[in-house]
Design a protein around this ligand. Structure first.
Ligand SMILES: Nc1ncnc2c1ncn2[C@@H]1O[C@H](COP(=O)(O)OP(=O)(O)OP(=O)(O)O)[C@@H](O)[C@H]1O
Ligand SMILES: [Mg+2]
Length: 361
């Protein structure tokens, strides 16, 4: 298993806790760290509780020593944190270089197969968020997991990018607490509870792998002095935002050409699916016009925005509907609104006299 994630996201915490749980279940474990000293590992384990303290730790960067320990100890599960810090003495290249990473991964793989050890390799990611190192790394392993979220936020999601022996659509949402990472079992409830329902806010019925997740999408539109105005997106793809803004202007009657637009998925969640388009459109339109959904509760939505102003269906329609129904939210989706304009009209109603313009029919 290869686990990737940006610095400080909690890779070491997650893997330490996983080994702790395994060791608590009577499995033999080993935690190899090339980044932290034994004292630092112990410090973290103390924070994570008893089981994590029981995990034997090895602070080592020399590959030969690590492999010798693996062969001698034959643990059931082993974490190598991180592959970029491991160093094979026979190669001249520095640790983290392509040659080193490839060699280290290859040798660890052979030993893992020979000893029957499940190995989790922790990998660094590049600035763009891709796994650092050679692509061959991703081919070598059985499973590639991505741990992401924003460091300052508490929510992090773990999702599978590749899985030889199972579905890649499983995912988990975790929250970083003092005692370690805690799985958030009902993230939807939390996000819906926090949703403001004000103009510029809408609930998106997203899919986190195979699980539906309700998240709040917020937009702020404010007059700009800048040419071109600012377009900032957190949690969604910038290109997707540009596309939605263009369609909104052309087919939705909402032009934001002279305004800064900020869009944010609350809670540090990243949504990378076309189903988020409609939420972005509704949030931006609501923010521009000062319109919010009528009624007490926020409106949930999902759907892909097409270039001709139509709404397109997205996968897992039923699951999204069921999740919204659980919280009693009205849903605007391609099934009830064929076009972006119809969806905007369904989701937004004039309120509080801020704007009486409405969305033109
Ligand atoms: N006492 C604490 N209470 C709450 N959160 C903490 C505490 N100590 C550490 N953290 C969180 O844990 C994070 C570090 O976790 P961890 O060391 O597992 O990250 P990492 O992904 O392994 O980082 P690196 O890439 O540097 O190895 C910090 O960014 C912080 O958010
Ligand atoms: Mg770490």
């Amino acid at each position: 298993v290869l686990l990737g994630g940006s610095p400080g996201i909690g890779k070491s915490t997650l893997t330490s806790m996983a080994l702790g749980n395994l060791s608590g279940a009577g499995r033999r474990t080993l935690y190899v760290s090339g980044e932290e000293s034994a004292a630092q590992i112990k410090l973290r384990a103390e924070r994570l509780g008893e089981d994590a303290l029981d995990v034997p730790a090895l602070a080592e960067t020399d590959l030969d020593a690590v492999i010798a320990t693996l062969v001698a100890e034959r643990p059931d599960a082993c974490v190598i944190d991180s592959i970029q810090t491991m160093h094979c003495a026979e190669l001249a290249a520095g640790p983290g270089s392509v040659a080193q990473v490839r060699e280290v991964a290859g040798r660890v793989l052979r030993v893992a197969k020979a000893t029957g050890t499940a190995v989790v390799l922790v990998g660094h990611v590049t600035k763009e968020g891709a796994l650092a190192g050679p692509r061959v790394l991703e081919h070598l392993v059985d499973c590639v997991l991505q741990f992401e979220g924003e460091r300052e936020r508490t929510y992090r999601t773990l999702r599978a990018l590749k899985n030889r022996f199972g579905s890649t659509s499983e995912s988990g949402v975790f929250e970083m607490r003092a005692g370690g990472l805690v799985e958030v079992l009902d993230a939807s409830a939390r996000f819906v509870g926090e949703a403001t329902g004000k103009p510029g806010s809408v609930v998106l019925a997203a899919m986190e792998g195979s699980r539906p997740l309700l998240v709040e999408v917020q937009a702020l539109v404010s007059p700009s002095e800048l040419v071109p105005p600012r377009r900032a997106a957190t949690g969604i793809d910038r290109n997707r935002l540009a596309l939605v803004l263009a369609v909104l202007a052309r087919h939705g009657g909402v032009a934001v050409g002279a305004s800064d637009v900020f869009v944010n998925v609350v809670g540090g969640v990243r949504v990378e699916e076309p189903g988020a388009d409609l939420a972005v459109a509704i949030a931006v339109a609501g923010a521009t016009r000062g319109l919010a959904p009528a009624g007490e509760k926020p409106v949930a939505c999902f759907g892909e925005v097409g270039l001709t102003g139509e709404l397109r269906s997205v996968a897992h329609h039923e699951r999204r509907l069921a999740e919204a129904a659980k919280f009693g939210l009205a849903v605007v989706s391609p099934e009830v609104a064929p076009s972006l304009r119809a969806a905007l009209r369904a989701a937004l109603t004039p309120r509080g006299g801020m704007s009486e313009v409405g969305i033109p029919a």
